[in-house]
Design a protein around this ligand. Structure first.
Ligand SMILES: NC(=O)c1ccc[n+]([C@@H]2O[C@H](COP(=O)([O-])OP(=O)(O)OC[C@H]3O[C@@H](n4cnc5c(N)ncnc54)[C@H](OP(=O)(O)O)[C@@H]3O)[C@@H](O)[C@H]2O)c1
Length: 430
C-alpha cells in the first residue's frame, strides 16, 4: 500500500472549505482514480476561532502560510487565500523552493507573476496547477492545455465574470439602472470586497491574460490587456441594443493578429440569439476558436464553492497521477514575448447620440462619420418629446482608431447634447 499524499491548505474560505469537503466526500473516488489516499495534514487561515462548516481540529494549524508551505510533511500546497501579492505569493514561492507541488485558484497572482512562478516551478521540477483560476467550474485550462494541446487557436473569447453578467442581464430584465442593480448584486454578496475588480473588468482581464498565454504560447501579459468595465452602461444602451437585436456583454477577447497580440476586455454587443447573447445571470462562457476543430463552446458556473473546489481537486488528482504538463502548456523558456497590438481588429460599432432636433443636425453627424470613412449600416431615430433626439447608428466594419477619432469629432459639430457612446459589435463565427 502506497503512503497517502499529504496536503497542506492555506485559506479556509468559500473555496478552501469546499476543497476539504470534497476531499472527504469523494475519498473513495480519488483512491480509485489515483491509487492513493489523501491526507490533509495542515491548514491555515487568518482566524483560528472562526466556524468553518467542516471539522478541522484533526489537522495541524499554521498561522503563517509561508511556514505551512515550508513544512517537510506535505507533498502538495493548496493556496486559496487570494490576492496578487503578499502572503499568497510568498507562500507559493516558499512551497516551490521547498520542492512541493502547488495548486491555486488565484488568477490575480498568476496574471501578475505567472511567468516568474512558471520559471521557478519548472526549474525546481514541481507542478503549478490552476484550473480553478479561470471561469471557476469550467475546465477551460485543461481544454486548452490538454484536449487542444497542439491545435492552432485563433481566438478565445468569453464572459468570465459572473457578477457583471448578472448585472447586465438583471438590468435588461428589470429595466432598472446600473446603480440599482449594482446595489442588488452587492447586497446578495455577488461582488468582490473591491467591486471595481468585477465591474471595472480587472478580474476578467486577469483571466484573459492567463488564457491568452495558454492559447498562443506567449508570456502572460496582463498590462497588455485593454480594459474597460461596465460602469458606464446605461439602461438606454441595453434597451436600444436589444431593440436592434443585440445584447451587451462584458467580453474578454484575445486573438493573434497581423499587428500582434490583441487582448481586450470591453462591453460589446453580440447577437441576442447567439450562445453568448443567451447567457443569463452569473453563468460563464468561454469560446475557443481553432483552425482544425472549429469553435468549442464551454459554459458553466464561473464561481461558487462546489464547482471551484472540484476544479482544485482535479488538479490535485492530476499531480498525483504524474501530470507532466508545463505550467502554460510549453516549457517556460519557449513562451514568446508577443508584440502587443495597439488597435482592435475592425468590427462594426453601435454608436448612440443625443442630437439637437434641428434641420441639418443629422447631416453634420453623417459628415463626421464620412470624414473617418465610417459607413452606416443601420440608423434609427427614437420618438422624443423634448428638443433632443436619441439616434442610434450601427456602422459597417471599421477600425477602432476611426471610431476613437469620430467620438472626439462629434461633440465639435455643435449638434450633440451628450457624450456619444460607442460599443463594439463582436462578430461571431457560430
Ligand atoms: N469564491 C469563488 O467562487 C472563487 C472562484 C474562482 C476562484 N476563486 C479564487 O480562490 C481564492 C480563494 O477565494 P475564496 O472565495 O475562497 O476567498 P475567501 O472566502 O475570502 O477566503 C480567503 C481565505 O484566506 C484566508 N486568509 C486571508 N489572509 C490570510 C493570511 N494572511 N494567512 C492565512 N490565511 C489567510 C482567510 O482566513 P479567514 O477565513 O480566517 O478570514 C480565508 O479563509 C482566490 O484566489 C479567488 O480569486 C474563488
Amino acid at each position: 500500500m502506497l503512503s497517502p499524499i499529504r496536503i497542506g491548505i492555506a485559506g479556509l474560505g468559500t473555496v478552501g472549505v469546499g476543497v476539504i469537503k470534497i476531499l472527504r466526500d469523494y475519498s473513495n473516488s480519488i483512491e480509485i482514480k489515483t491509487g492513493r489516499t489523501i491526507k490533509i495534514v495542515v491548514v491555515s487561515a487568518k482566524s483560528r476561532e472562526k466556524n468553518r462548516d467542516q471539522p478541522i481540529d484533526s489537522y495541524h494549524w499554521e498561522s503563517d502560510p509561508v511556514n505551512l508551505a515550508l513544512r517537510d510533511d506535505i507533498d502538495i500546497y493548496v493556496e486559496l487565500i487570494g490576492g496578487e501579492d503578499g502572503v499568497a505569493k510568498e507562500s507559493i514561492e516558499a512551497a516551490i523552493s521547498n520542492g512541493v507541488h502547488v495548486v491555486t485558484a488565484n488568477k490575480a497572482l498568476l496574471a501578475m507573476h505567472g511567468n516568474k512562478l512558471a520559471e521557478a516551478s519548472e526549474e525546481r521540477e514541481v507542478l503549478l496547477k490552476f484550473e480553478a483560476a479561470v471561469a471557476g467550474g469550467i475546465p477551460v485550462i485543461k481544454v486548452l492545455n490538454e484536449a487542444l494541446s497542439i491545435n492552432k487557436v485563433t481566438r478565445v473569447m468569453g464572459v468570465m465574470n459572473g457578477s457583471c453578467n448578472y448585472i447586465l442581464t438583471r438590468m435588461e430584465e428589470s429595466e432598472l439602472s446600473y446603480e440599482s442593480i449594482f446595489k442588488e448584486a452587492d447586497d446578495l454578496g455577488f461582488l468582490e470586497a473591491d467591486p471595481t475588480l468585477d465591474v471595472g473588468g480587472i478580474d476578467s482581464a486577469h483571466k484573459l491574460a492567463i488564457l491568452s498565454s495558454l492559447a498562443f504560447g506567449t508570456n502572460v501579459n496582463f498590462s497588455g490587456v485593454n480594459v474597460q468595465g461596465i460602469e458606464a452602461i446605461s439602461i438606454d444602451d441595453i434597451k436600444h441594443a436589444s431593440d436592434m437585436g443585440f445584447r451587451i456583454k462584458l467580453l474578454g477577447v484575445c486573438e493573434m493578429t497581423e499587428a500582434g497580440l490583441e487582448q481586450r476586455v470591453k462591453p460589446c454587443l453580440v447577437p441576442a440569439g447567439s450562445p453568448l447573447g443567451l447567457l443569463e445571470g452569473g453563468t460563464n462562457m468561454v469560446v475557443i476558436e481553432t483552425e482544425d476543430s472549429g469553435s468549442i463552446i464551454l459554459q458553466g458556473p464561473g464561481a461558487g464553492r462546489n464547482p471551484t473546489a472540484h476544479a482544485v481537486v482535479s488538479d490535485i488528482i492530476d499531480i498525483i497521477n504524474g501530470s507532466k504538463i508545463k505550467t502554460f502548456g510549453v516549457p517556460y523558456k519557449l513562451l514568446k514575448n508577443a508584440l502587443v497590438s495597439d488597435f482592435s481588429v475592425d468590427a462594426p460599432y453601435y454608436i448612440r447620440l443625443l442630437l439637437e432636433d434641428k434641420p441639418g443636425a443629422l447631416a453634420k453627424v453623417t459628415a463626421s462619420l464620412g470624414k473617418e470613412s465610417i459607413s452606416i449600416n443601420r440608423m434609427r431615430q427614437y420618438d422624443h418629446e423634448s428638443s433632443k433626439a436619441p439616434v442610434l447608428i450601427v456602422t459597417h466594419s471599421t477600425s477602432s482608431e476611426s471610431v476613437e477619432k469620430v467620438l472626439k469629432e462629434l461633440p465639435k459639430t455643435g449638434v450633440i447634447t451628450q457624450e456619444p457612446v460607442a460599443l463594439r459589435i463582436e462578430e461571431l463565427n457560430y
